[in-house]
Write a protein that binds this ligand. Structure first.
Ligand code: AP5
Length: 221
């Protein structure tokens, strides 16, 4: 079966995770987030988790070899057979080449480029609060009902270690290094550029409007 694979691409803090979650609900598709998969490995204290800890805390990219293995496993899962949202992957041309090797010839890749300026990224990341259950908030733009505690599971919220300003700057460098290489690729069926500097629902509506134009999503509510 041919699959639509939506690639959520953009700088750190642009809202990829937030928008992936909303799009996943609208399309009823699973999300494969390489950042989340790596953080799960760390939380579980696996060998892989230990291997990537320092790299992630510095804001560097984990090796392509490790990341593609995680993606390949999830793409093989039953729930990924009708389409999927890839959040934070591919991050560079090598990862795109790896992805092309493991998908089917009939799969269609749609790059959703969430475009946000670096200054906005810094503001968003400074206010981000996360929960071990995977929930993601912002003190101003997506506040919790009870300050400092997760709406979904009630646990105390945390600040991600790689959300320190110096680390964020390094993550932005990595993003800008890879940006043109990805955008210039001819491997996507379509590149959908979205103005990520709007409110969370506005960004979602723009993404949905574009996705609805793709043939098989004509019937989204
Ligand atoms: P990863 O977790 O993928 O981090 P990232 O790409 O840097 O993206 P973020 O998770 O920081 O931000 P986001 O764009 O998802 O924004 P969010 O929705 O949270 O990767 C982390 C690390 O893992 C990497 O540095 C690397 O080491 C490793 N890694 C991961 N993938 C890899 C790969 N493929 N290859 C190699 N290494 C890899 O939003 C941010 C904040 O803003 C939130 O608080 C949110 O509530 C708020 N917000 C969102 N949208 C809006 C809006 N429109 N207006 C106002 N606030 C908003």
């Amino acid at each position: 079966m041919a699959r639509n694979i939506f690639l959520m691409f953009g700088p750190p803090g642009s809202g990829k995770g937030t928008q992936s979650e909303m799009l996943a609900k609208a399309l009823n598709l699973p999300i494969i987030s390489t950042g989340d998969l790596l953080r799960e490995e760390r939380r579980a204290g696996t060998e892989l988790g230990k291997q990537v800890e320092a790299i992630m805390d510095r804001g560097d990219l984990v090796s392509n070899e490790l990341v593609i293995k995680l993606v390949a496993q999830r793409l093989n899962d039953e729930d990924s057979q009708e389409g999927v949202i890839l959040d934070g992957f591919p991050r560079n041309q090598e990862q795109l080449a790896d992805l092309l090797r493991i998908i089917r010839e009939t799969d269609a890749l749609y790059l959703i480029h969430v475009d946000v300026d670096d200054e906005v990224v810094l503001e968003r990341i400074t206010g981000r609060r996360v929960c071990a259950c995977g929930a993601n908030y912002h003190i101003k733009y997506k506040p919790t009902q009870k300050e400092g505690y997760c709406d979904k599971c009630g646990a105390e919220l945390e600040i991600r270690k790689d959300d320190q300003p110096e680390v964020v700057k390094n993550r932005l460098v990595k993003y800008h290094e890879a940006l043109q290489g990805i955008l210039n690729s001819n491997k996507f069926k379509q590149v959908i550029k979205i103005n990520g500097q709007q409110s969370i629902p506005e960004v979602h509506n723009d993404i949905l409007e574009e996705v609805e134009k793709i043939n098989n999503y004509e019937d989204i509510d």
